[in-house]
Design a protein around this ligand. Structure first.
Ligand code: NAP
Length: 264
């Protein structure tokens, strides 16, 4: 077993501690993994990735990994202090607003530099039919009508908003089994992306899907469902992103590396 791979809650073990600046990546996204791969290969920094622990078998990034919440802002401040972190990179999911807010507060409290990465949202083109809604509750009230066959592709954390939707039929897709009660008329598929366009087209056709509910996650891994909706002229109820950062953000890992180079 690689000694740098640690999946216990709140623990980081390192066989040797170098004096290279220590960079914490708040991760859980493909961009965060890309940055970890890049930085773990370097000798001038030590990189630690932090995962929330939302999926049972996460794809572990390169370098040191810790898993689980820090215990709010106070816990994060203690962690950053104890682990002598010099720079924090927030590369969390666009919908993970709590951890981003906590990171801003903790970094301000410790006067630590924070580099925030947020991938660009998807934009509709002229062939798309999107209904943009602010949250999962709004999406649930919009789609819950008899005869609607809804592909619900929002992960599992916000599925509770659909628990009482008894009128529509739902095809629910998530990586792990949801803890929430599923809508009365539903079918569950457990699958992890990336998803390919041909498979998405086939699934939407086979299940006679008439509506899709999606979060505006951006990125390529799950974009094929949006392309498939366009091809089949299926409307998409698109859940808008929460407000995540008050500080400036960059949208590409390469810009994070440039900012990091300026700081080191
Ligand atoms: P969140 O609401 O921002 O965070 C809730 C708590 O989870 C945080 O306060 C923190 O706990 C812990 N946490 C989150 N990210 C962490 C990280 N990288 N390292 C350590 N602890 C972390 O985020 P969420 O509950 O994970 O997800 C919110 C939304 O984002 C959902 O819509 C979800 O589907 C989407 N999303 C999240 C991830 C992910 O990896 N987190 C991936 C894909 C999608 P403490 O306060 O105890 O520190």
């Amino acid at each position: 077993m690689n000694p740098n791979k640690v999946t216990d809650m709140r623990s980081v073990t390192e066989p040797t501690r170098s004096c290279a600046p220590r960079v914490l990546i708040l991760g859980g996204t493909s961009e965060a993994s890309e940055l970890a791969t890049e930085l773990a290969a370097r000798t001038d920094v030590t990189v630690i990735s932090s995962l929330a622990g939302r999926v049972s078998q996460p794809r572990l990034p390169a370098g040191i990994v810790r898993v689980g919440g820090f215990g709010g802002v106070a816990g994060l401040i203690s962690y950053l202090r104890d682990e002598k972190i010099g720079v924090v990179i927030d590369a969390t999911h666009p919908f993970a607003s709590k951890i981003s807010g906590n990171a801003e507060l903790a970094c301000t409290a410790l006067s630590l530099p924070l580099i925030a990465l947020e991938r660009a949202p998807w934009e509709p083109n002229e062939h798309d039919c999107w209904y943009t809604v602010p949250d999962a509750q709004a999406a649930a009230s919009m789609v819950n009508h008899k005869h609607n066959r809804v592909f619900l592709s929002i992960g599992r954390q916000e599925l509770g908003a659909f628990s009482n939707c008894n009128d529509a039929w739902f095809l629910v897709r998530s990586i792990d089994a949801p803890g929430e009660t599923l809508p009365a008329n539903s079918k569950l598929i457990l699958k992890r992306g990336p998803f390919h366009l041909d498979d998405e087209l086939q699934m939407l056709r086979t299940e006679s899907i008439s509506l899709i509910v999606s979060k505006n996650s951006g990125g390529t891994a799950t974009y094929s469902k949006i392309e498939a909706a366009r091809t089949l002229r299926i409307p998409v109820v698109m859940i808008d992103r929460p407000m995540k950062h008050s500080a400036p953000v960059v949208s590409q890992p390469v810009h994070v590396l440039q900012k990091l180079a300026q700081l080191l």
